[in-house]
Design a binder for this molecule. Structure first.
Ligand code: OAA
Ligand code: MG
Length: 227
């Protein structure tokens, strides 16, 4: 976030196997499985219903109202990447639309996460090119000031290093450090198996109060029942 005017061409991506393992889980499960870390702020939303993405981060540091670096980033994309664009300060301009989506897809990108605005949403939906953004905004941008590509960025409150795994769905966007990807995928599997057991018991009418042995602690906390 502090290096301006730099493109790192060599990055270490999480392995394909780890990305595939994480892609089986939702954002909420992954965020819990990694110790309630890695979540972007909830103002980042899918631009159309059903948008989902999972892949390795190519990071972009944008300047406000300027989308030059997205064109620079397109050249660094490899199949399976997700472009993650942060900005040096808050900006909700429409940095991205269907032309850039066409370019990113041609390079193999899976989607875009942007702490800024996005436009051409109807076409993005037709293309099924998933974008998660902080705004939908027609306002155009210029190409005048350099930022960086593949530097560590803070995007909507989450630290993203190039090569990390980013997962987006209707619940939000979570970032898993490349070095933790296998461990987090295993923890997510355990968590999901455990949830399936709870789901069945709750559906059968058992109460959370009993499944989680809450009664004693509630009494100790001073909860009283009256008839
Ligand atoms: O071209 C731009 O500045 C952004 C856009 O609308 C597109 O990529 O289609
Ligand atoms: Mg456009």
């Amino acid at each position: 976030m502090h290096e301006l005017g730099v493109v790192h061409r060599t990055i270490t991506r999480a392995t394909e196997a780890d990305v595939k393992a994480l892609s089986a889980f939702g954002v909420s499960t992954i965020h819990e499985a990694m110790g309630r870390l890695g979540l972007m702020r909830p103002y980042i939303r899918p631009v159309y219903p059903g948008a989902k993405v999972c892949g390795t981060a190519v990071t972009v540091l944008l300047q406000p109202g300027d989308n030059w670096m997205l064109h620079v980033a397109a050249e660094q994309v490899q199949p399976g990447d997700v472009v993650v664009a942060a900005c040096t300060t808050e900006s909700e301009d429409g940095f991205f639309g269907d032309l850039l989506a066409t370019s990113l897809r041609a390079q193999g990108a899976e989607g875009l996460i942007i702490d800024g605005g996005c436009r051409d949403v109807e076409t993005l939906q037709e293309m099924d090119f998933p974008v998660f953004s902080r705004a939908i905004n027609s306002k155009g941008t210029v190409k005048a000031t350099v930022g960086s590509v593949n530097v560590p960025v803070v995007c909507a409150n989450a630290l993203v290093n190039p090569g990390d795994v980013v997962i987006g769905d209707v619940d939000g966007v979570v970032v898993v450090p490349a070095a933790r990807a296998a461990e987090v995928a295993a923890a997510a599997r355990t968590r999901e198996d455990n949830e399936e057991n709870k789901r069945q018991r709750l559906a059968a009418g058992e109460l959370g109060l009993d499944i989680y042995s809450m009664r004693e602690r509630l009494t100790a906390a001073g909860l009283r029942y009256t008839d």
